[in-house]
Design a protein around this ligand. Sequence first.
Ligand SMILES: C[S@@+](CC[C@H](N)C(=O)[O-])C[C@H]1O[C@@H](n2cnc3c(N)ncnc32)[C@H](O)[C@@H]1O
Length: 203
Amino acid sequence: MSTKPHWEKAWTDADPQSKSWYQDSPAHSLALIEASAIAPGEAIIDVGGGASTLIDALLAQGYENTSVLDLSHAALETARVRLGEKAAKIKWLCADATDWTPAHPFRLWHDRAVFHFLTNEEDRARYRAIAEASIVPGGYLVMATFALDGPEKCSGLPVRRYSAQTLATEFGEGFRLVEETIEEHATPGGAIQKFQYCRFLRG
Ligand SMILES: C[S@@+](CC[C@H](N)C(=O)[O-])C[C@H]1O[C@@H](n2cnc3c(N)ncnc32)[C@H](O)[C@@H]1O
């Protein structure tokens, strides 16, 4: 069953900055993206980007070929309104990360707190197949999920938690783990949530 109604409601029922996953500055993601040495014109996508400020930071750093995909129209609209005229520089894709056809390949695919909602193996297999087909060889997958000792739920939905090793096993031989880090994310409500970040090289 699609979680789209859940996410449309989640993004319209309260201030985006009050959401548990909200970050003023997506520092861990930016560090892993910077380490990937992506040229300004190469394609980057934030999968399940929601209203994250990562896209603002990528624009500010001069990346010119960026896309944000999300299941929720309301989330994308929040980001678009925040960015004003700059929003026209971004491709906004309202789609399910387990069921879409990329229009072009990507040099870097970023996902923070989206893959961990895929508790069903078939959904994960579809997500992986799209990532495998659309990340160019030599490109990167930057993935952040709740860590093994992170919360069991996110936005009230059950999640699958990962270590760097279990994520590497999940993505298989086509992706080589090159870097990993843990974020102790402080939620706007003051709780600490542990995230596992991994950067994989697409072989
Ligand atoms: C916990 S939020 C994280 C948002 C953002 N990545 C961040 O770190 O701030 C999860 C996001 O994933 C989106 N989402 C959930 N399931 C999805 C799916 N199957 N396909 C695309 N987006 C999805 C939700 O709408 C929401 O914006």
